[in-house]
Design a protein around this ligand. Structure first.
Ligand SMILES: Cc1cc2nc3c(=O)[nH]c(=O)nc-3n(C[C@H](O)[C@H](O)[C@H](O)COP(=O)(O)OP(=O)(O)OC[C@H]3O[C@@H](n4cnc5c(N)ncnc54)[C@H](O)[C@@H]3O)c2cc1C
Length: 428
């Protein structure tokens, strides 16, 4: 064992990287540094709703991580006692107007802006843990790196500075250079994909303004209104002061010169058409959605990927950040037991074995949600059978949210212990 702490380098200070650092810094045998490319965080996206699996993962990382989230999250509406639900409604076709699912019924439903959450978790880390303006450019591993107490991983940044570490954890987002290093730049799963041609139009308006244009009911609950030319949804934010409204369109054939054309939605319910017209007024916050095809592995040698770098998913199941937090909880549990550089590869192997199947299943579920929302599901015409749809949403919600996160950590640690025993020849 080298006469020094194990040095952990995390590339990317998003939700995945910071949450992991918040867990690891409490372990005396580790030295943790996060290298974040941007100089300062800025808000992106519509606000995150973190489900039960995310909350459990935060608790495993430490009650202070969950508290940082609670301190920054805001209830969707002013009245914290108001019971809210995500209402999934068919907006087109023979069952137009029919409610097919009520998801996540709860009082005081919260969302948190990404920048606020990051600021909260950053506040838990000692000064100097995160270095900003450090964009990873090149990664190199040396097979003899750990000899004589040296480091196996060498990272070069765009500003030409360099660091060495025992392990590099790539939490560097959907366009991750660490993913590219691990899989190879030419690997078919390296670059993000948009197989279904999703285009997401989104606008952010004050609720006071929105109620002049749409059914006020949709500013105090979360509607997802379904149809074949895209689904329409609204999320109230910041105690019902702002409304994020969007239309997610599947396939280029439904776009006019790349623009959202309300004419396409004339056979949708009036409620849905009103929201489409509201969104079409200002589509400046729009973007093309993307996800990852499955990576064949999340780790190799002393380098691994986590969060969106490992398994970016479409936003339709609302579980991307939750999966990043599950990754962080598992890695944190494993590194509690890693005291020597020679154990790192086995810990990362256990992480890969435990987290890859579940996180890739969530990528699939998010793709499937998108297709079901767009009446384009491959098997069964679910939109013609509201009962079948109701069952589908209920089952999928259980898989993503009602998961034994603590058991997952325990399974990873057991696997690491078994691999270590085999590695040390104890079984032979
Ligand atoms: C509209 C929308 C709504 C969503 N809603 C939800 C939701 O309700 N619930 C939920 O659970 N999830 C949701 N998600 C998904 C969630 O936002 C992501 O899964 C999550 O933010 C991923 O975190 P991450 O840290 O892995 O990646 P990121 O947040 O992308 O962070 C990666 C970090 O790495 C940095 N970086 C990039 N390249 C480099 C480099 N070369 N060197 C160093 N640093 C680098 C980036 O600057 C960034 O800070 C939503 C996503 C979208 C788009």
């Amino acid at each position: 064992m080298p006469d020094r702490k194990l040095k952990i380098a995390i590339a990317g200070g998003g939700i995945a990287g910071l949450a992991l650092a918040a867990g690891l810094i409490k372990k005396q045998h580790l030295e943790v540094r996060v290298y974040e490319s941007v100089a300062a965080y800025k808000d992106i996206g519509a606000g995150l709703a973190l489900h039960m699996n995310a909350i459990k993962a935060m608790m495993l990382l430490g009650p202070e991580v969950r508290q940082a989230y609670l301190d920054k999250a805001l209830t969707m509406v002013e009245d914290e006692e108001k019971e809210m639900v995500t209402e999934v409604v068919l907006a087109q076709g023979p069952h137009k107007g029919q409610l097919v699912a009520e998801l996540g019924r709860a009082k005081g439903r919260k969302t948190v802006s990404r920048a606020d959450l990051l600021e909260g978790v950053l506040g838990l880390l000692p000064e100097g843990t995160v270095e900003f303006g450090k964009k990873v450019k090149e990664i190199e591993e040396r097979s003899d790196g750990n000899d004589d107490g040296g480091y196996a991983v060498h990272v070069t940044f765009v500003d030409c500075t360099e660091v060495e570490a025992d392990v590099l954890i790539g939490a560097d987002g959907i366009h991750s250079p660490t993913r590219s290093y691990l899989l190879g730049a030419d690997h078919p799963a390296t670059e993000p994909k948009n197989h279904d041609g999703w285009q997401i139009y989104r606008t952010m308006v004050p609720v006071k303004e929105a109620v002049k244009h749409i059914n006020p009911k949709w500013t105090t609950t979360v509607p997802i209104l379904l149809g074949p030319r895209g689904h329409v949804n609204c999320i109230p934010l910041n105690k019902n002061t702002r409304l994020s409204a969007g239309v997610a369109v599947r396939g280029k054939q439904f776009l006019t010169d790349g623009k959202l054309d309300p004419e396409w939605y004339s056979d949708y319910s009036e409620d849905a058409q009103q929201i489409v017209r509201l969104v079409a007024k200002d589509t400046s916050a729009s973007w093309k959605a993307a996800d990852h095809d499955h990576a064949p592995f999340y780790s190799k040698g002393q380098v691994c990927i986590m969060g969106d770098a490992a398994h970016a998913s479409l936003p339709f199941a609302g579980n991307g950040a939750a999966q990043a937090l599950e990754d962080a909880a598992v890695l944190d549990a494993l590194f509690a037991h890693v005291t020597k550089p020679g154990q790192i590869e086995m810990a990362l192997k256990a992480y890969d074995e435990v987290r890859r199947p579940r996180s890739q299943m969530v990528v699939e579920i998010a793709r499937r949600f998108g297709r079901v929302y767009a009446y384009a599901e491959e098997e069964g015409r679910m939109h013609e059978d509201p009962e079948k749809m109701r069952k589908f949403f209920g089952e999928m919600g259980k898989v993503t949210n009602e998961f034994d996160v603590k058991g997952q950590n325990a399974r990873a640690v057991r696997m690491f212990v078994e691999l270590s025993r085999k590695g040390e020849g104890i079984d032979e």
